[in-house]
Write a protein that binds this ligand. Structure first.
Ligand code: NAG
Ligand code: NAG
Ligand code: NAG
Ligand code: NAG
Ligand code: NAG
Length: 401
């Protein structure tokens, strides 16, 4: 070979070797990331969640929304479950499935009165309504589903031992369908569901967001080597402030639903704060929630309201991604996005929520978080307690309560 050709050949060879190495590196660093999507409970407000998933899918690149782990509680479990049927990367199909399902869902598919009505429920049944239609409906829509490569976490409250129970995608489909129904069984309103001899109700009683187990899965078998390779997106169905509601003259069901909303919001906020302090280096990317509460209660399943909630979720997610893109590569969240109210400065959930949010998105200057001690369920969580919880979440077991 002539000398000049030889030189050219050598430089081409070096260049291609470099290219291969560079793409290998890019591929490896992408493969090491683990995206997790966390869905909260909220009855028929699950339509908001479905809209937000669609909004994220529409405005993010495929690699940015390849959620390897999806975790859901209550209606969030219902939305999470069908993601099993679609491969990681095929989130658009999942979002379309959710849209079709929510646009055609009716109250009769979810629950009905007992044959002798509410008195029978109150005195002779474990709940006011009969939720067997939901199970039947789920079996119908999931009949030809096949599991693919996604990891799924469904959470319910074990009413017997008062602990949190998490099922994963390794369970048979029929058990997962029962787990979804159990996770969505609002206590007093829908009957507890018995699985393997244990009765379960709504997961939101203890944890309306199962964030830590999802981070645990990312670190255990989701491909993330380090905490900061875990990217978390969260969709909440309730606004940052619980709406003011006067229940003095309301009926039993409305009081029960109000209690449920307060309890679930409380547990969601606590889980959010707990996850951000237990895993301070994980990347909390999006926290999507409605700017105000929706009309009606969460058992209406009114087609028009469902459409509105879906549309708002879709808008909110798109807005969120737009703001995120504008401020990259260093996302800065210039203002507290929750509506300000006079009670903002009072101690209470909204304040807790705000602090958790500020920490998650690092609004405060870098440095140690403002408090190192947090109270969870009446226990003082010290640094050591957090370390133990991290150990438990990531190594031995995903049950953390
Ligand atoms: C998935 O669930 C099964 C059955 O409960 C359990 O044995 C297994 O450890 C779980 N997998 C992970 C990764 O947690
Ligand atoms: C709530 O409703 C009751 C009964 O209608 C009324 O007496 C009370 O003033 C109301 N409370 C508030 C805070 O509006
Ligand atoms: C988080 O990252 C910082 C900086 O890399 C490191 O010093 C710290 O130990 C990490 N914390 C945890 C809990 O992994
Ligand atoms: C919430 O957002 C919607 C649309 O994004 C807007 O029309 C509505 O006025 C907002 N509500 C409040 C209370 O800010
Ligand atoms: C957590 O795990 C590490 C390494 O396995 C161990 O050194 C440490 O003592 C554990 N911490 C607690 C509180 O159990």
């Amino acid at each position: 070979m002539h000398r000049p050709y030889l030189r050219l050949w050598r430089s081409w060879r070096t260049l291609s070797l470099l290219c291969v190495l560079a793409s290998c590196y890019a591929w490896r660093s992408l493969a090491r990331k683990c995206h997790a999507l966390i869905l909260s409970g909220g009855g028929d407000k699950g339509a908001y969640e479905a809209g937000a998933i669609k909004g994220l899918v529409e405005s993010l690149d495929e690699a940015e929304r390849a959620w390897k782990v999806v975790s859901g509680v209550s209606v969030g479990a219902l939305n999470a479950m069908p993601s099993l049927h679609y491969k990681v990367g095929d989130e658009a199909e999942w979002a379309s499935f959710l849209e079709r399902t929510w646009m055609s869902i009716r109250k009769e598919y979810v629950y009905r009165n007992w044959p002798f009505g509410l008195p029978q429920g109150l005195l002779f049944k474990p709940s006011l309504y009969d939720s067997s239609p939901l199970q039947t409906h789920l079996h119908r829509i999931f009949a030809d589903f096949e599991k693919k490569d996604r990891k799924l976490l469904i959470t319910a409250t074990d009413m017997t031992f008062a602990t949190l129970k998490t099922w994963n995608e390794t369970e048979p489909l029929s058990k997962l369908i029962s787990a979804v129904s159990a996770s969505a069984a609002l206590p007093g309103i829908f009957p507890p569901l018995t699985i393997d001899g244990v009765a379960y109700n709504d997961g939101g009683i203890l944890a309306d967001l199962n964030i830590e187990a999802a981070i645990g899965r990312c670190l255990m078998d989701g491909g993330a080597k380090r905490e900061r390779d875990v990217i978390i997106d969260i969709i909440l169905c309730s606004p940052a402030h619980q709406p003011i509601r006067n229940v003095s003259n309301e009926n039993t069901i409305r009081v029960l639903l109000r209690a449920e909303a307060i309890r679930n919001f409380n547990s969601a906020v606590r889980m959010l704060e707990r996850a951000t302090t237990t895993f301070p280096n994980a990347s909390f990317r999006f926290l999507i929630y409605p700017n105000a509460s929706f009309p009606g209660n969460s058992l209406d399943f009114d087609p028009e309201e469902l459409r509105d909630m879906y549309a708002q979720g879709n808008r909110d997610a798109q807005d969120m991604v737009k703001r995120w893109r504008e401020t990259r590569p260093e996302p800065k969240w210039p203002h507290w996005p929750f509506p300000r109210r006079e009670d903002d400065e009072q101690p209470g959930l909204s304040k807790v929520f705000r602090e958790a949010w500020q920490r998650a998105f690092q609004i405060n200057p870098p440095g140690p978080p403002p408090h190192r001690h947090h109270r969870w369920f009446g226990q003082e969580a010290t640094d050591e307690g957090q370390e133990r919880r991290r150990n438990e979440t990531t190594t031995t077991t995903l049950r953390y309560i």
